[in-house]
Design a protein around this ligand. Sequence first.
Ligand SMILES: Nc1ncnc2c1ncn2[C@@H]1O[C@H](COP(=O)(O)OP(=O)(O)OP(=O)(O)O)[C@@H](O)[C@H]1O
Ligand SMILES: [Mg+2]
Length: 356
Amino acid sequence: MPIAPTNNVSSLVQSLGEFPPEAVVFGKSDMMQALRERMDKVASANVPVLIEGESGTGKDIIARMIHGLSPWRTGPFVKVNCPAIPGTLLESELFGYEKGAFTGAYGMKPGRVEMAHRGTLFLDEISELDLALQSKLLQLLQDGQFCRIGAQEDKKVEVRIVCATNRQLESEIETGTFRQDLFYRINVVNLHLPPLRERRSDIPALVEYFLDHYNRKYNCRARDLSSDLMSSLQKYHWPGNIRELENLIKRYVILGTEDVISNDLVMRGQPEYLTADINFDTPISLKKLTRQATRDLERKIILRVLQANHWNRKQAARALCISYRALLYKIRDAGLPANRAVRPPEEDVPATAAAD
Ligand SMILES: Nc1ncnc2c1ncn2[C@@H]1O[C@H](COP(=O)(O)OP(=O)(O)OP(=O)(O)O)[C@@H](O)[C@H]1O
Ligand SMILES: [Mg+2]
């Protein structure tokens, strides 16, 4: 029997909070426009979504937007920050427990899965779930059922599951720490958030938004940035993505001088794009080392473009300005997987799964 919505959970059911305007969130780049279209389409369907992206790229905002656009938008939005809850507590937090289920279980407690009934359960940093919890989550995704700790019977719940990760789940599958069958269940639709360094043209709009936002918040009057500084911001590689940019502007607003930002950027420096391990004990072959470094870089570029195109190889080939055949050859040559993960048997592949 479906469970009734619980009403003692207000502290865990989050309000969606405020979003930056959509023009700021999605900016102008083609990549973000494609992502927005994909998000709009998927939001209205009750299918699981996996949001991937480096730290600070906006996964949290997108998860909340999906909920805000879903048919269950008036229902609860329940976020579980998986790494923040110690492993032993995570099961009871997620699935709840019955009275007497373990020492100290003096009363029954519903889990966050139940709290998200007719709403969205947002599992942040999903790779942190251990294998036992992954099995329970798989059951929930397969038939909408779960079992409180210590309960005799399964319960049924209707919930939209959105997961986020800043890790490569494919590598976790390879090392055996993430279940492949769960990966296919959570990854019915995949949204890949590009790092800020891949959408530099959106930096001025973001800067303008944060300046205005923090000027108002802190009652300050920091002026627009000079064009020199803006162009330095557009060249910087932003390892911390939008969060790093936001914090930088916040500091500028509070401290009020551009030197704060310029000095910060100098201190942070630029990444080393090419690294070569040089063994000084043997003769150094410049030709060989250069070839190796070029191959490594090519592999990284192809991988990034495949990810940005949701592993649609035809689209990736167009983006790289090479032929489809050439891309297939390079993928094989670089030892990259032919698809984003080894495919499951045909009947298990969700119809909308990412891949070409
Ligand atoms: N497109 C955007 N427009 C404006 N602000 C943004 C945008 N994306 C992210 N931010 C801001 O950047 C900060 C980080 O965003 P968010 O928490 O959504 O990132 P995340 O991908 O979930 O990061 P993490 O992996 O570290 O949890 C937040 O303060 C958020 O408001
Ligand atoms: Mg987050």
